[in-house]
Write a protein that binds this ligand. Sequence first.
Ligand code: NAD
Ligand code: MN
Length: 477
Amino acid sequence: MTIEGLLIGGDRVPAASGQQSQLIDPATGETWATVAAGGVEDIDRAVLAAENARAGWRKVNSRDRARMLFTLANLIRTNLESLAQLESRNAGKPIRDARDEVNMAADCFEYYAGAINKVGGQTIPVAAAGTHLTFREPIGVCGMIAPWNFPIAITSWKVAPALAMGNTIVLKPASQTPLTALRLGELALEAGVPPGVFNVVPGAGSTAGDALVRHPLVRKISFTGSTEIGTQVMKLAADDIKNVTLELGGKSANLIFADADLDKAVVKSLWSVLGNSGQDCCARSRILVERPLYDTFLSQLTEQFQALKIGHPSEEQTEIGPLISTGHRDRVHRYIDIGKAEGAKLLCGGDIPTGALANGAYLQPAIFADATPEMQIVREEIFGPVVCVLPFDTEEEAVAIANNSLYGLSGSIWTRDISRALRVARAIETGVLSINTGHSVHLEAPFGGVKRSGLGRELGLAVLDHYSEWKSVFIAE
Ligand code: NAD
Ligand code: MN
């Protein structure tokens, strides 16, 4: 078995401590790869490499920098199948989903490569005699911390715009899923991105992640993960006033009005909670259904939950793979008992499969009906294949239930009444919404949360403000 080294200053190296960690295949429970486990010293080396690469990267002209990122996008596509296989095995993702995510990473590098020579400063008509200019300058060394649920996609959301704006990077992938990030770092070198511009240090959050957030030469932290850790990151970043963007948890609502296109609403509602086995920050894990449609909706949803193809992620027909680990699966499984004890009605699923799937981190997708807003299963992010369904009688009640959450990341509205759709869209406290679809993440549009779902935005041109500083320069006449 090969040992995957850290990527620091263009070289694959062991951890300074010599420590390694074993990766477990979520589908089988087998150990299948060994990765160097970075710690405080490695983060320091990587940050110094990024600091030293800063001046050179900033000087690369816009056309050449864009060409490197376009080349990287092409290399991702050339290696699409091997990257998808790696991601699928590492994260337990159905292979077809993994291919889509790798494609999205390539699209993301293309988008920001194209943006490089189209964004710049301004001249501003100030009330004084002279000329006021603004420069958009890189922030400096950016520390990126990524989660395990969409490793290559979320990594590219951070790395592509940061590189586009001339920053250098130390990325700490989730300890469970470091492999595509390391591969991406190597492809960036192959694309001509100079050594030290993009460093990748896998390691534990409590050591490597913590060291990255504390490092005085890091000027920005972009974190995607749980609200709990995001809170700690923001507190630590306050010590030296680092820039921070946080993409955190969610418990998004899916509002289904009685005039909705039922067939579409059922199947899309299913996938907007069960995609990636429910391990999706945008999962619409609270479905609110207007009373006249409630029973019909539930019976169709249950029928479709029971027909899902659960299986090994490498099989083309698999729709639902395992969760990231048996530890996480057991945490999700506990919510099944909690929901039952709270009096919600378990309509299907919630069991750990036996037989061929028994060694993997699988869980049968579950529906809780007749849930109420105060239940723990309705308030807390479960991050697994579990959905809560609640009835409602009026639009006002639906909006109140939707907003009765500490989170505000995503959500959906199903109705044929365009005025109501827009009225409700304005009333829901969330960063992202979809109307008559479960799909609202687009590379070209800002993405992020309100309330405890986060701070700042990723994607679109909006993210470029989070990877650059405005410098104001006034020239007297
Ligand atoms: P997590 O918070 O446990 O870990 C996220 C990352 O932080 C990992 O790389 C981890 O190693 C690191 N980390 C852990 N402790 C740290 C510390 N003390 N200091 C610095 N870094 C530390 O989250 P997870 O379990 O990997 O991911 C699931 C969570 O991520 C869910 O809550 C989900 O909603 C959220 N998420 C949000 C988005 C979004 O865009 N809003 C996207 C994906 C996932
Ligand atoms: Mn976690």
